[in-house]
Design a protein around this ligand. Sequence first.
Ligand code: 5GP
Ligand code: MN
Length: 340
Amino acid sequence: MDKDIVATVNGLLKTPKNIVIVGHKNPDGDAVGSCLGLSFFLKQRGHKAQVVMPNDFPNFLKWIPGWEDILHFDKKESAVREAIHAAEIIFTLDFNDLDRTGNLSEVLKNAKAPFVMIDHHLQPSDYAVATYSDTSMSSTAQMVFHFIEALNGVDEISPEIATQLYVGIMTDTGSFRFPATTATTHRVIASLIEKGAENSKIHENVYDTNSEDRMKLLGIALNNLRVFPEYRTAFISLSQKELDNNNFKKGDTEGFVNYALSLSGVIFALIFIENKQEGITKISLRSRGSFSVNEFAREHFNGGGHANAAGGRSEMSLLKTIQHFISILPPYKNALNHDA
Ligand code: 5GP
Ligand code: MN
């Protein structure tokens, strides 16, 4: 972490402060884990810290220490407005632009408190007095560990903080297998285990709590698989009807896109998920190697993320979105076969 950022943060945290920590819309394991980890650390140092999210997160995260104290803007709007109004510092974690917080972005844009950003996504926006951005990092949770390190706080990491940060790193690295997983990531993980993170239990809590509905939905998704070998591309899709018929709950489709990417020869994979309530089709994009899904999602689907993992949306129906996607593939033929 840059010395200037450490100095700015140390200045801000010199006296006990009223702090709000914000994660992105549709929070994932990294958003929840990194926000909670930072909040527990700051509270131990005598600050007040409230974690705020735009909306709810999946059930497989609803065991992490502190999860019940998170305020959701779509459920507790006035409490969130009050917290942000009263905040003396606002930390934003695991996103690169205030628009990633959905409806909450208007409240944040009008906030008076200085922002501190901790994030690993590409193209960070410039709204914070301290921007700790590192796009080479495995996860925001790993960055929170380095942040704590820079504040000489590693000895203060409790078993709860170790657990929260472990969840963030584990989920964002696909259990330590994605390319951003470095030797340093493993050193951080080793340190978290020493501090009391129960690695095997955490994996079980997150990955071995599948419902029958989710498994059946996976079967349907895989049945909808389409492969385009000439583009080394594969996608799966789920319609609103298929989701409804299988009692879809938030988080049920997490990780499905990786099955498409696991096909031999495929380097570009997507999942299209219809959301009639919001009138959109949500898209998750993944790639292997140099093909940037961040660029693709920015260009075509009003989204972004990382080079190998991004998200976006389309205002069209599921069918129209898929037709559109197939129609825009041809110009990418060379790029997709580039490092074949
Ligand atoms: P997922 O496909 O798992 O929802 O997201 C993959 C990555 O892309 C995550 O790092 C996530 O933060 C980012 N992402 C997902 N949806 C969007 C979006 O609509 N816009 C942007 N800019 N990033 C997104
Ligand atoms: Mn992340």
